[in-house]
Design a protein around this ligand. Structure first.
Ligand SMILES: Nc1ncnc2c1ncn2[C@@H]1O[C@H](COP(=O)(O)OP(=O)(O)OP(=O)(O)O)[C@@H](O)[C@H]1O
Length: 292
């Protein structure tokens, strides 16, 4: 195995992907000259509007599609090679699971496909199902699971072979805010275990909360890439949160700042975020019960 950059989980260089649309040679450029580095051990958000090339990029990382131009390496191994996938777990955008299998049977099935040794498979399956909070429902048929439970069992199948890189395509699509917050918590736990997570999501507040870095694609091109703190922080301003001031004292403060050459730019009532309000009001489901 040739290891080019040990600090990179994914290295994409000059990647272009064209799809042939018809026999007359009309092509659609889904990804154009993309260069991207996903550092190992970080949560990385791949963002962009519908049709911007996120899923195409993921399929190339997974070796499901070949690049037209450029290259993609996973832990230093070209993504077209089968061994590049040994350390990758994948939760597709709309996973299709065989509905008559129980959660446990499903995860065991994927564990066998991924080569988890037989003697540890049973314990490993229980461990990951417990980890995603589905122990109490592991014998239920997957066809009876709610959307949130399906995403959790999908996460369990992606983790069963203990991969170093986990790719999650829209893991919270259609999941309610409680389920969504729990998936965010699981992603952050994966990070504390040293895993690399590549996630796509249209829930930008969630991405901001959990990602170290993000890349934004538009029409197949990389528009922005960087650390979330650098991208959304405003470096030349500060917020001070104080108890409510009577108008006279507020004017005094404004004058005090003006005398020192500073402006009081905004006086606002702090607001809680709607998702935090929602989470503080609704009950969390019992583990293994009707998890949403
Ligand atoms: N197999 C294919 N054949 C032809 N065109 C395709 C194919 N797969 C994707 N495309 C086109 O490539 C472009 C990028 O699609 P892609 O699915 O990568 O976008 P996306 O960012 O994942 O979108 P979404 O957020 O809707 O999932 C789109 O214009 C899409 O129609």
């Amino acid at each position: 195995m040739t290891q080019t950059n040990p600090a990179s989980a994914i290295e994409i260089t000059g990647l272009t992907k064209d799809f042939a649309l018809n026999l007359r040679g009309i092509k659609l450029r889904a990804v154009e000259n993309l260069t991207l580095n996903v550092p190992e051990g970080q949560v990385f958000g791949l963002l962009g509007p519908n049709g911007s090339g996120k899923s195409t990029t993921i399929k190339i990382i997974l070796g499901l599609l070949d690049p037209t131009v450029g290259e993609c390496k996973v832990f230093g191994v070209p993504s077209g090679r089968v061994d590049s996938r040994l350390n990758v777990g994948y939760l597709p955008e709309a996973p299709y699971f065989y509905r008559y299998l129980s959660g446990e049977e499903l995860v065991r099935f994927y564990g066998r496909i991924c080569g988890v040794p037989k003697k540890i498979l049973k314990d490993r399956v229980r461990e990951v199902i417990d980890w995603v909070g589905l122990s109490g429902a592991s014998h239920r048929r997957v066809g009876t699971y709610s959307k949130g439970m399906l995403q959790r069992i999908g996460l369990a199948q992606a983790l069963v072979h203990d991969p170093r890189l986990i790719i999650l395509d829209e893991p919270t699509a259609g999941v309610d805010p409680v389920g969504s917050a729990e998936i965010s918590e699981l992603i952050l736990k994966l990070k504390t275990q040293g895993k690399t997570v590549l996630i796509t999501s249209h829930l930008l507040a969630q991405i901001e909360d959990i990602c170290d870095r993000v890349a934004i694609l538009d029409k197949g091109k990389l528009i922005v890439e960087g650390s979330v703190n650098e991208l959304v922080g405003v470096s030349n301003r500060q917020s001070l949160i104080v108890d409510s001031l009577p108008p006279a004292e507020l004017e005094e403060l404004r004058g005090w700042l003006a005398a020192r050459g500073h402006a009081l730019n905004a006086v606002e009532q702090p607001r809680t975020r709607l998702d935090q309000l929602f989470l503080s009001k609704v009950s969390r489901p019992q583990k293994g019960g009707d998890i949403k």
